[in-house]
Design a protein around this ligand. Structure first.
Ligand code: ADP
Ligand code: MG
Length: 358
C-alpha cells in the first residue's frame, strides 16, 4: 500500500505544446491517501486514462513529478513500481488455463506454490470462477476473460496500489452490479490504495470514498459523493453528477439576491460584487426546487412530467431556459400557473463555471 502523489504534473502528447488545447492534462497537484478508494470520473477524452497511465508508469509526464510514499518514481518503469493495473479489455494468456492466468503474477514474483494455490482459490471464489479453474482461457466469453483480468489485478496482496481503467466495460449489465459491489468489498478487506477510472457516475459513487472529477484535462473537484452533490465546485460537476443534473441558469447577483430573466431568487448568503467580465450563473439541483403557488417563486411553463416510480421529474422552462425539478410521487403538477421555489441555502453562485464563496 502506498500514498500516491502528483506534484505540479501536466502532460502533452505533442512535442511542442503551445495552446491550452495541446495539453491532455493541465497542471495539477494531488494526493491519493494510502488505503483510499478513489474514483476518477469524467467524460470520454478528459484525460482519465492518461492520468492512470502516468501513475502506473506507462506514460512519463511532460512536467512535474509522481511520488509513491514521498519517493520520486516519475521515470521508474512500470515493473519497478509494484502496482497492478486492470485495463478496459481483457489482458490474459489465451493458451493458459484460468488457474495459470490467476497464478501468473504470483509465480512471477517467486511466491511459494502452496501460497499461490491458496490465494488463487480465494480470488477465484470471489469472482465465481472456481468451477472454471481448469479451463483454457481461449474458449471463454469476453465477460469471463475480463473477470480473469480482474483476478490477475487483485491476486497480489503486496502491491502498492491497484489501478482500474473502466474495468467493467465489456461486462454484462447484470454481472456489473455484482462485480461493483464485490470490488467495494475487496477494498474494505484489503485496504489497498485503489484508483478506479470510469465515465459512469453510479460506478464512481458506489465504489469510491472520494471521487476525483475531471473535465477537459483538469481536475475540477475532489470530494466525497455527498460533497459533489451538495456543493459542486464547478458547474460541470453539478451538471455531470445527479440525475437530472443541477440546473445552471445565467443570472446577475447583488448581495443576497440573484436575478434570472427578471425574476428574483433569494440566496442563502450575501456575495461580494463579481467581476463584470465573468459569466455569472446560479446552480440549483432539481431536488431543491419545490412546487409553489400564488406569486412566490419562478413562473415556469411545464413541458413534461416524467414518472420514475419513486418521484416525478418536472421538465419545465423559465422564459425559454430549461429547468428541472423533482416532486413527490403523490404531488399533482398543475398544467399551468406553476411556480418553482428554490431553497435559498441550496442555491450556489458560479463565475466562469467556478463556485463563488459568499
Ligand atoms: P479518457 O481516458 O478520459 O477518455 P485519454 O486520457 O485517453 O482520456 O485522452 C485524453 C486526451 O489525450 C484525448 O484528447 C486523447 O485524444 C489524447 N491522447 C490519449 N492518448 C494519446 C496518445 N497516445 N497520443 C496522442 N494523444 C493521446
Ligand atoms: Mg480512457
Amino acid at each position: 500500500m502506498a500514498r500516491l502523489e502528483l506534484r505540479d504534473l501536466s502532460h502533452s502528447y505533442k512535442p511542442n505544446p503551445v495552446e491550452p488545447a495541446d495539453w491532455a492534462l493541465k497542471p495539477m497537484t494531488m494526493i491519493w491517501e494510502d488505503g483510499g478508494a478513489y474514483a476518477l470520473l469524467g467524460p470520454s477524452g478528459c484525460g482519465k486514462t492518461s492520468l492512470l497511465n502516468i501513475l502506473s508508469g506507462l506514460v512519463i509526464p511532460s512536467r512535474g513529478k509522481v511520488l509513491f510514499d514521498d519517493v520520486d518514481v516519475t521515470t521508474l518503469p512500470t515493473e519497478q513500481r509494484n502496482i497492478a493495473q486492470v485495463f478496459q479489455f481483457p489482458v490474459i494468456y489465451d493458451t493458459m488455463t484460468v488457474e495459470q492466468n490467476l497464478a501468473f503474477p504470483l509465480r512471477n514474483r517467486g511466491v511459494e506454490p502452496a501460497k499461490i494455490d491458496a490465494r488463487v482459490k480465494e480470488v477465484a471464489a470471489m469472482l465465481e470462477l472456481t468451477g472454471d479453474l481448469k479451463r483454457k482461457a481461449s474458449g471463454l466469453t469476453a465477460d469471463m476473460k475480463q473477470k480473469i483480468s480482474l483476478g490477475r489485478g487483485l491476486v497480489r496482496e503486496d502491491v502498492r496500489a491497484v489501478l482500474f481503467d473502466e474495468p467493467l466495460t465489456v461486462i454484462d449489465p447484470h454481472l456489473k452490479w455484482q462485480l461493483r459491489a464485490e470490488l467495494k468489498r475487496v477494498h474494505r478487506q484489503s485496504k489497498t490504495t485503489m484508483v478506479y477510472v470510469t465515465h459512469d457516475q453510479t460506478e464512481a459513487l458506489t465504489f469510491a470514498d472520494k471521487v476525483v472529477v475531471m473535465y477537459d484535462g483538469d481536475v475540477v473537484q475532489v470530494g466525497t459523493p455527498q460533497q459533489l452533490f451538495e456543493e459542486p465546485a464547478h458547474t460541470f460537476v453539478g451538471h455531470f453528477i445527479g440525475s437530472p443534473g443541477m440546473n445552471v441558469l445565467p443570472a446577475s447577483v447583488a448581495g443576497g439576491v440573484a436575478h434570472i430573466k427578471g425574476n428574483e431568487i433569494l440566496l442563502g448568503r450575501s456575495y461580494q460584487p463579481i467581476d463584470s467580465a465573468k459569466r455569472v450563473e446560479i446552480g440549483v439541483r432539481p431536488e431543491f426546487l419545490r412546487l409553489g403557488s400564488g406569486t412566490e417563486g419562478l413562473p415556469v411553463t411545464v413541458k413534461r412530467v416524467e414518472d420514475t416510480g419513486r418521484q416525478k421529474i418536472i421538465r419545465a422552462e423559465l422564459d425559454g431556459l430549461p429547468i428541472a425539478a423533482l416532486a413527490h410521487e403523490d404531488e399533482t403538477v398543475p398544467a399551468s400557473g406553476v411556480r418553482l421555489i428554490a431553497d435559498p441555502a441550496r442555491v450556489h453562485v458560479y463565475a466562469d463555471g467556478q463556485l463563488v464563496r459568499a
